[in-house]
Design a protein around this ligand. Structure first.
Ligand code: ATP
Length: 296
């Protein structure tokens, strides 16, 4: 596999708070790699290290074969990497055109060329060019962010949570654009919470948990790891696991619980407290979320 970006043995910290622990993340060239994992796992930190915003304490960052560890963000950007941060990285009080104008220096392009890149890919932005960016729809703001990124002709684009605050239908359309950009030969890294949606367009996926990559592979390969992290483990095979008297739950000697009956999954949730005599189906976070008392 030819690597567009390679993070190797990365330790990274915010002051005394270590966020990444010996993290390894090879990114295949010209492909879409989804980076998944629970809140606080270290996904954003990984992108920050890759783009030079947070120098690692240990380890190396290679961009298209060159060691860029410790280089300044602008230098890394000039080497072909672009980060679209969570919150889109646009200037909300400026117009669409002004947002693009600010790219001309970094992109070393004339305004007409920058506009051609943006409006050529997203014609709606041409129609809105004099509109204040902050008043665009969420999807259009992402189109503007992607356009700004594309003006620099990046080889690697890192995108942090494109789906944030958007309806799934809009996210799907944006993902289609992202997949199209990858087909043109660019490498895309998508940090996402919407695992199922992003796995539809991803060629590879990495699962980060507690500051390390715990699984890396094709989408089908990482689904089990995701289930383990997001939902918990199947407790049925655990020693001493038994169905409760009312046959609605499983208990294990460790005091964890899972569901039984109509529920399609029997899990040990990491956020479920030990079972007590008062435990009831309604105590499960998953069932409570569906409001039905049953897993959906
Ligand atoms: P989320 O999906 O919630 O954004 P994440 O997987 O992107 O989570 P990070 O934002 O990378 O996780 O955070 C990793 C760890 O680093 C967390 O423990 C977080 O609290 C900590 N952290 C992140 N930013 C800072 C900061 N500026 N100062 C101190 N600690 C931080």
């Amino acid at each position: 596999m030819s690597r567009a970006l390679d993070l190797h043995g990365i330790d990274a910290a915010y002051g005394p708070v270590q966020a990444l622990f010996a993290l390894n993340l090879p990114i295949a060239e010209g492909k879409v790699t989804a980076v998944l994992g629970p809140n606080g796992a270290g996904k954003t930190t990984t992108l920050r290290v890759a783009s030079g915003l947070l120098p690692p304490k240990q380890g190396t960052v290679s961009l298209r074969g060159a060691n860029v560890t410790g280089k300044a963000p602008r230098q890394i950007a000039r080497s072909g990497l672009c980060l679209i941060p969570e919150g889109r990285g646009t200037f909300p009080s400026l117009t669409v055109r002004e947002n693009l104008l600010l790219q001309t220096s970094l992109a070393r392009k004339k305004m007409s060329q920058v506009e051609e890149v943006a409006y050529g890919r997203f014609p709606v932005l041409g129609k809105r060019k004099n509109q204040i960016a902050g008043t665009l729809s969420g999807g259009e703001q992402h189109m503007l962010a992607l356009s700004r990124a594309l003006t620099t002709d990046p080889k690697v684009i890192l995108i942090d949570e494109i789906s944030m605050g958007l309806a799934p239908i809009i996210v799907e359309r944006l993902f289609d654009s992202v997949a199209e950009i990858a087909r043109e030969g660019r490498t895309i890294v998508l940090v996402e919470q919407l695992a199922e949606l992003v796995l539809e367009i991803a060629d590879f996926a990495a699962v980060i948990s507690k500051g390390s990559v715990v699984k890396l592979g094709q989408p089908g390969d990482v689904r089990d790891a995701l289930e383990e992290i997001y939902l918990g483990a199947d407790v049925r095979a655990e020693a001493g696991a038994r169905i409760t008297d009312d046959k609605r739950m499983w208990k294990t000697p460790a005091g964890t619980l899972g569901h039984h009956g109509d529920c399609p999954v029997v899990v040990r949730r990491h956020d479920v407290r030990p079972v007590t005599a008062d435990d009831d189906l309604a105590d499960c976070g998953i069932c409570a979320a569906t409001g039905t008392g049953e897993h959906s």
